[in-house]
Design a protein around this ligand. Sequence first.
Ligand SMILES: Nc1ncnc2c1ncn2[C@@H]1O[C@H](COP(=O)(O)OP(=O)(O)OP(=O)(O)O)[C@@H](O)[C@H]1O
Ligand SMILES: [Mg+2]
Length: 385
Amino acid sequence: MKTPKTEIPEEILRVKQRLSIIGDSPALIEAIKRAVTVAPIDLSVLVSGPSGAGKEFFPKIIHQFGARKHKKYIAVNCGAIPEGTIDSELFGHEKGSFTGAVSARKGYFEEADGGTIFLDEVAELPLTTQARLLRVLETGEFLKVGSSTVQTTDIRVVAATNVDLIKAVAEGRFREDLYYRLSTVVINVPPLHERGEDILLLARKFASDFAEKYMTKPISFSEEAKRAMMLYNWPGNVRQLKNIIDQLALFEAGTEISRRQLLEALPVNRDPQSTPMLAPSDDSSELERKMIFQMLFSMRDEIEQLKKKLGHDAPDAERQIHGVRALMAPERDDDGFSGNPLDLSERRAIEDTLARHGGNKKQAAEELHISLRTLYRKMQDLGIS
Ligand SMILES: Nc1ncnc2c1ncn2[C@@H]1O[C@H](COP(=O)(O)OP(=O)(O)OP(=O)(O)O)[C@@H](O)[C@H]1O
Ligand SMILES: [Mg+2]
């Protein structure tokens, strides 16, 4: 006999429906409950959780169910703004305050006065910007870049991060006082592999959404495929599941997906040091064997291609595999032509690395030995979504 599910309060069901959040697992419901509870209380909130887990729903819940719901909501991706302009983006600047500042500009903290700012990837903020942020959080005061006139604003800040901020503090990359200020209320968004049957609920929902989008028949999943989905670690969390269902929905429309088809769609992990891709179970050894074969085949292909491309330049092959060489290629020509081979190899290196890490940009940037900010810029330049 199945154990009855714990009742999910009516209010939480309404929130889930309004934002199209799928999942009934206790850890996800707990996170939504915390957001709903804190929404009417004007505190800053820190949303923590791995990449692709669904953190972006939480600042929206907090804004929409709080007193500021009729005011502005601005989402800022702190990792995607170049370090040189981030202060001006957030706090504005005066005319002539730096080369290119031809007129004064309002920053987000001024524009969203009375509303909410969502600072995504907050750990990416440079230390100088962290100091400005701390001041505005504590006193509501800020200075435009190039100005000495103190201005005030009334903003609620919700921040999100997929890095361990305590570690960032210990390493001197994040201000301790700012960490305490932001983390009065923490909402932990659980990784997908801890959400049990939510995985299947999400897969079904994405399958039907994509069928509608592509105007095809939805895919379904064999029992074996469902078991494999439940066993897999989903390093890229919901975003990765969504991408895989998207692929399958397009190429296998109307069919029942077998375990083999599912495994073939999963990226291959080549880093022997990284965490295992599959949760331990009696079934995992066969899955792992399959992945190792896939990995060897695709590496062999890549090495062949590299040999052709590099000629005698063999010592570079290892680096090219990791995409580093491609990323060290000179910047695109001024004519902006994006079809040149360097762009294409760079694009492939980035796309492959992202796929290997299930879309986790931080891990991909680490493997490519570039900063997260550089990765964002390159993705933007190359039109990688
Ligand atoms: N519970 C869920 N129900 C439906 N869709 C979800 C759920 N969780 C995440 N998603 C979808 O998965 C994708 C990734 O979610 P989101 O962008 O919120 O991740 P994130 O935690 O902010 O990741 P990152 O740290 O990389 O920014 C989005 O398309 C989102 O709509
Ligand atoms: Mg996000």
